[in-house]
Design a protein around this ligand. Structure first.
Ligand code: SF4
Length: 79
């Protein structure tokens, strides 16, 4: 599975990072980035928890082979 963050919605409150720091990290611009792509199955519950806890619904979860909007892909940073 893959996670993305909609940077038009993210307000940078770092809730996702506090719930699942293996997958989400705030960047220098104050927005959340996905640092593990794809994320492993054992982190799925935490990623879902982060998505449900995001106050602006900025986080989406996608199947590995799903087509993802180019704007959302910009939130993925390989590390
Ligand atoms: S919880 Fe949502 S709004 Fe907050 S930093 Fe993460 S993606 Fe952005």
């Amino acid at each position: 599975m893959r996670a993305t963050v909609d940077h038009d919605l993210c307000i940078g409150d770092a809730i996702c990072e506090s719930i699942c720091p293996q997958v989400f990290a705030l960047g220098d611009d104050g927005l959340s980035y996905v640092i593990k792509d794809p994320f492993p199955a054992e982190l799925q519950a935490e990623v879902e928890d982060a998505a449900e806890s995001c106050p602006t619904d900025a986080i989406a979860i996608h199947e590995d082979d799903a087509a993802i909007d180019e704007n959302l892909l910009k939130s993925i940073t390989p590390r």
